[in-house]
Design a protein around this ligand. Sequence first.
Ligand SMILES: NC(=O)c1ccc[n+]([C@@H]2O[C@H](COP(=O)([O-])OP(=O)(O)OC[C@H]3O[C@@H](n4cnc5c(N)ncnc54)[C@H](OP(=O)(O)O)[C@@H]3O)[C@@H](O)[C@H]2O)c1
Length: 325
Amino acid sequence: MRAVVCESFDSPENLTVTEVEKPEPGDNQVLVRIESTGLGYVDALTVAGLYQIKPNLPFVPGNELSGVIEQIGNNVKHLRIGQRILASANGGLAEYTVVDESKCTPIPESLSHDAAAGFLVNYCTAFQGFSYWGQLKEKERVLILGGSGGVGIAAIDVARAMGAMVIAAASTKKKRDACLEAGATHVIDYTKENWRDKLKEILAGEPLDVVYDPVGGDYAEPALRSLGPDGRYLVVGFASGDIPKFPINLVLLKRCSIVGVNWGGHIAENPSTYREVMTTLMEWVAEEKIRPLSGEAFALADAGKAMMKMLDRKAIGKIVINPSV
Ligand SMILES: NC(=O)c1ccc[n+]([C@@H]2O[C@H](COP(=O)([O-])OP(=O)(O)OC[C@H]3O[C@@H](n4cnc5c(N)ncnc54)[C@H](OP(=O)(O)O)[C@@H]3O)[C@@H](O)[C@H]2O)c1
């Protein structure tokens, strides 16, 4: 089968497709024909050797996918051949991979493989971020930085579904239009020096309750300063490449909290949360309470090009790779 194998930590543009052996499922695993693999900023950093966690070389990148079950292991009880699933798994940039039964979630026909492949991490992070860490309530006002990125688009959809007023910040008109399409109530160009004035205008005297920040860098402190009393600043990621440092007296003066959102870390210690959150989110999909969008799709041979698009700040939404193309 064809796969993208990362032989050394290097620029993603040097990734190529090679022939590798098709895997066999273990007793508690299924063999999945991958239809679509979601890529995040982390995948691009990992290939480049710039992420905090470095996998052993060589490895096949891609950790979340959607596909069809082709073979099942002897002890698999709840899945069947031909079933459409999404999963967190290793080796997503390949035509096939094996996945533990416990990591698979069946998906409805209404959810396309491209939308499903970009769903898991970003929607779970947004759901747990807003409900558990952010204590978001209906009608509260949320500012989402990097609103048009994979993490941002999912956060817009989830915050809207929870009844919040959603203000999304992004750097270009095309990106801000994508935020509006995803359900943002208002958009802001946060590359403009006076963007907080625009935010105040939108808030019209009401407080800002939550900031959802997957970007960091220079946008972070003005966003923190914009929070109202009892506001919650959710630290999600640092796509700008710059980890912000806040004067801690701001937290006291503003009576706000800064909370770390770490989906992967949380489910490693609380595995039952994964199933609970996915069950709720799949219900929301069925009720059309959330509307996961398909990101831009690339062929397997263009996986490196797709990762470069993210690193070059040009991506909109969650990028996916179609391994059969
Ligand atoms: N905490 C968690 O559990 C969790 C889960 C998933 C991902 N994350 C993290 O969330 C962050 C975003 O991931 P993502 O997959 O959404 O990435 P993405 O799709 O590439 O989006 C990142 C956004 O950041 C903005 N940005 C600002 N400066 C940038 C720069 N120098 N380079 C690239 N983008 C820049 C861009 O929007 P503008 O051009 O509009 O500024 C872009 O849309 C990453 O740091 C990732 O590690 C955290």
